[in-house]
Design a binder for this molecule. Sequence first.
Ligand code: ADP
Ligand code: MG
Length: 289
Amino acid sequence: MSSDETITIPRVDDVEMHTQVIPAVRAVPLEDLAEIRAQDVSAWFGTHKVLDRVSLTMEAGAITALIGPSGCGKSTFLRILNRMHELIPSASLAGSVTLDGDDIYDASKKLTDARRQIGMVFQKPNPFPAMSIRENVLAGLKLTGTKADRHEREELIESCLIKGGLWNEVKDRLDAAGGGLSGGQQQRLCIARSLAIKPRVLLMDEPCSALDPTSTRVIEETMLELAQEVTIVIVTHNMQQAARVSSQCAFFLAAQGTPGVIVEHGDTEAMFGNPQDSRTADYVNGRFG
Ligand code: ADP
Ligand code: MG
């Protein structure tokens, strides 16, 4: 950091930025990864408007972090990206969401198309507790009607658990119940389950906020690996986490009594090191929220 730097960032200045971690060679070529773009997205619950004309391009193969205080619409925005918002009674929306240029809300598109291509991992790990680890990984296949023979299923289980960073811990007990795993393991099982249907985008809503620091780091490492093959969008309240894992960042804010907007977005390094808006500077430095 240069000596004439006026902004100090004590909460993040000791963390490695992700650009130093991502290997130069990708498992999946960048051109095969999907970009997801929101254009002028507004959202309502009944007459309560909670997002106002939010536009954001989440780059293919990048990890984009969505940050901002509670209640500013980050989860709502994420649910709009994979058509979960419309399942909430009273919810409505305007604007468009495209996956590699394809409108996911187009009348010709099925809800399940969006769900299959755009997976979601939630704050609270939600494996099927009575199902085995093996069955949990395969659970999504039934929902999407994907056929696989026994051999393909076993391969899929192994590859998804490896990608989810859980394989070594569970390979000898794949028939044990998912509910018997620790919280961090359950969350990685949920990641493995989302990967089994080969999504092009993985949405993660505060995936580590219920976990201890060690489990959190394991999931962050898993995410950095996964970004090789899937576009990731993560909501996090942890600024160090945003700095560690994301290359792109968007700061959401809802001023008193108004819907959420994106105040600023761009390279994570710039957002943390040299924010253009004073509200971003205040937030990333922990002065509110
Ligand atoms: P964040 O994830 O940033 O904390 P949310 O997207 O959860 O924000 O919430 C944005 C706004 O929408 C809040 O005012 C919240 O109270 C409201 N909201 C969220 N979910 C619902 C719902 N199911 N019904 C009604 N209002 C909701
Ligand atoms: Mg939320």
